[in-house]
Design a protein around this ligand. Structure first.
Ligand SMILES: Nc1ncnc2c1ncn2[C@@H]1O[C@H](COP(=O)(O)OP(=O)(O)OP(=O)(O)O)[C@@H](O)[C@H]1O
Ligand SMILES: [Mg+2]
Length: 290
């Protein structure tokens, strides 16, 4: 559905936001949906954690969001495709950057960015910075997303983060009705029922599975989980996407076809259109100039 197209993932440090964002993207990609994942965190750039070091990644959210002119073509050019999935592309910061290297990212630019981005893929998944108050892009993402998944761990750290941010997020601009609580990284023995009361209820549960830690360490998060004990995590992701278990099927797709004519993954036209600036299609299958 259209209202599910842009999903922001926010929550306490280490609650599993990046992991969940990637698995959501992977699940949507398995259903042949184009997905752009935006890693907002300027403090610990994520792309190098996800893609092998030899990937040529010379673009940055920082330069994109502070450029004098922000266009859909510029956003597509900044996308980093991955051979791991022909339907997934990334936007994020580079290692070695700092926000001090850029003019301040303004709220207006961040709004412009997310408004333009919305039309460039079937789904946009936004991995927000844990200290989102320090990152204008994450704040705006939470305001503009169709759904906000609030991840928290089943311990006092997660609860503390949740309760600390709840008064701020109660402001009407954050549209609380779009928020859903997710208990992430739930470990055996943790009392999620009493913890979920602290969260005011839990909409979804993502259990701890050892295979995820292994994938994280081996830069293999874009590989589907295969071990039987990982089934609970996969089921949690499918459930929050409204998918039937075990089937590559998603809710009626917010097809980008109508509003991304010419920029969505599609048959490559022969030759370059005259008079138009060239830009790269952001998905591996169709990489090349358009
Ligand atoms: N369900 C899970 N099962 C096992 N390990 C998990 C799970 N979720 C996350 N982890 C592990 O927890 C650690 C933190 O995960 P991740 O980086 O996704 O969290 P985050 O919320 O994005 O953190 P940050 O706030 O630093 O951005 C990683 O080592 C990851 O492998
Ligand atoms: Mg993260």
């Amino acid at each position: 559905m259209e209202q599910d197209k842009v999903i922001a993932v926010m929550g306490s440090p280490g609650s599993g936001k990046t992991t969940a964002a990637l698995k959501i993207a992977l699940t949507l990609a398995a259903a042949k949906k184009n997905v752009i994942v935006v890693f907002c965190d300027p403090f610990t750039p994520v792309i190098p954690i996800v893609l092998p070091a030899d990937i040529n990644h010379d673009t940055s959210l920082g330069s994109l969001m502070t450029a004098p002119a922000l266009t859909q073509a510029a956003i597509l050019n900044a996308c980093v495709p991955t051979e791991k999935s022909e339907y997934i592309s990334f936007l994020g910061y580079q290692v070695g950057e700092s926000l001090m290297m850029y003019p301040q990212i303004t709220r207006e630019k961040a709004v412009e960015f997310f408004v333009l981005l919305r039309y460039l893929a079937d789904y946009i998944i936004i991995d927000c910075t844990a200290t989102f108050e320090a990152d204008p892009a994450s704040i705006v993402a939470i305001e503009l997303a169709d759904r906000v998944l609030r991840l928290g761990t089943a311990n006092l750290k997660g609860v503390s983060y949740y309760l600390t941010h709840s008064p701020m997020l109660a402001d009407s601009r954050f549209r609380k009705d779009t928020h859903q609580n997710v208990i992430g990284n739930l470990k055996t023995g943790q009392d999620w029922e009493s913890v979920s009361q602290q969260y005011g209820g839990a909409d979804y549960i993502l259990p701890y599975v050892p295979e995820l830690e292994q994938q994280y360490d081996e830069l293999a998060l874009l590989t589907p989980l295969t071990q039987p004990e990982s089934a609970g995590y996969t089921a949690g992701i499918e459930k929050l996407l409204g998918m039937q278990s075990g089937k590559s099927k998603v809710k009626p797709a917010p097809s980008a076809a109508a509003d991304t004519a010419g920029v969505k993954r599609q048959e490559k036209p022969k030759g370059k259109p005259k008079g138009k600036p060239a830009f790269r299609l952001p998905f591996a299958k169709n990489r090349g100039e358009f």
